[in-house]
Design a protein. Structure first.
Length: 394
């Protein structure tokens, strides 16, 4: 194993009706004015937004609102949020929603507390030195942004989807009631489960230094999410399944499943999906599923031991005649699971038809965003990324 620093400062309030505590929680920290940030119509339609605002009122906490966050959250709305937060002198951003809302809230937090253009942080030109505190009421189990250091924003000017990671943006608190996820469409639930699994798999594929305890946690997390995803595919109202998936989402992306590894993870699949999402605005989890199998087959020989362990210890594959055959069986098993819960395993199943020019553009942008290369299981360069896109485009 390698040395590591584990930092998970977010205070979690988990369970039924925990959103009722939001006013008391915000007040306990001494905040005076809150920017309530949310998505489109669902939080209004469900009555959640009205409840949140009333709880803030009951505790004499002033608030302003900014809605309109969409999947693959937009930089243009982040700019509006920065302007509003500065004008109103808010001291907390309360994200009511899923990962897109939380990521947008983090970006606003960076923009309020740092000079210059917030997009510089997502382009890797500068590093943030501060972030306005962020609190969360989670309505979608997927990205793990409620406990993570990461934020991903899409710049409509150039179809750029980039991330910024900093411990400064880890939410101060997260209110997590699995009941709030019960009205999600099946496709969105499956996308969320896929994203959770992918966050764990990205940290699985490293060269050396892996701890058995960390691997055991990662294995249990993947197996649990797969089992609960199957349940939710048939019974979307299962509270217990919703609870398991929601907690798994947080643990998959607060760095717990990467402790002791020689790098923070591979992240090539996420990098490649960001380009698909930036250009075609597809659901993140679906985009990950669509290219994972092609990536896995392309890099398997370079990290064969980890692929074999995934197949045998996590997916229950019996050892085949060769390690390569065992690894391929594991990849097939994961793809079968994706299809089982309604996820794609190739680009055409996303309902998009990228041109050869699109594929070349995505490969170039992916590598540019990575500073010239991507990956840890196998270091990828532009021709490698293009080949994986081509393999997935079937």
């Amino acid at each position: 194993m390698y040395n590591f620093t584990y930092y998970a400062p977010t205070k979690v309030f988990f369970g039924k009706k925990t959103e009722d505590q939001v006013g008391e929680i915000v007040k306990s920290y001494g905040f005076h004015k809150v920017l309530v940030h949310y998505g489109t119509s669902s939080v209004k339609r469900s009555g959640l937004l009205d409840k949140v605002l009333s709880k803030l009122d009951e505790n004499n906490i002033a608030h302003v609102e900014l809605g309109g966050v969409v999947p693959n959250p937009r930089l243009s709305l982040v700019y509006k949020g920065i302007e509003l937060a500065k004008k109103e002198n808010v001291d907390l951003i309360l994200a009511v929603g899923g990962g897109s809302v939380i990521d947008s809230a983090k970006a606003i937090g960076y923009g309020v507390t740092n000079p210059g253009d917030v997009w510089d942080f997502y382009m890797g030109k500068r590093k943030p030195e501060a972030c306005l505190p962020v609190g969360v009421i989670l309505t979608l189990a997927a990205t793990g942004s409620e406990m993570s250091d990461s934020s991903v924003i899409t710049n409509e000017n150039g179809a750029l989807k980039h991330g910024c990671s900093s411990n400064l943006s880890r939410p101060l608190f997260a209110i997590m009631n699995p009941e709030l996820t019960m009205t999600l469409p099946d496709y969105q639930t499956s996308c969320g489960c896929t994203d959770i699994i992918m966050h764990t798999l990205e940290r699985w594929f490293t060269h050396g230094g892996n701890m058995e305890l960390t691997d055991a946690i990662a294995s249990a997390l993947i197996q649990t999410v797969m089992e609960q995803a199957r349940i939710l595919h048939k019974d979307p109202k299962s509270y217990d399944a919703r609870a398991e998936v929601m907690w798994a989402g947080s643990l998959s992306h607060n760095d717990l499943t990467g402790c002791g590894a020689n790098c923070r993870g591979d992240w090539a699949v996420h990098g490649m999906e960001h380009e698909i999402g930036g250009l075609f605005d597809v659901a993140h989890g679906a985009g990950l599923a669509a290219i994972w199998g092609s990536w896995a087959r392309y890099v398997a020989d370079s990290d064969l031991d980890r692929f074999v362990k995934l197949a045998t210890k996590v997916l229950g594959i019996k050892p085949q005649k060769t390690d390569k055959e065992t690894a391929l069986k594991g990849i097939e098993a994961m793809e079968s699971f994706f299809h089982e819960i309604g996820m794609p395993t190739c680009i055409s199943e996303l309902g998009i038809k990228p041109t050869d020019e699109d594929l070349n553009t995505m490969a170039r942008k992916c590598i540019e965003a990575g500073g010239g290369k991507k990956g840890c299981a196998k270091v990828l360069y532009e021709p490698d990324v293009l080949k994986i896109y081509q393999m997935a485009d079937k």
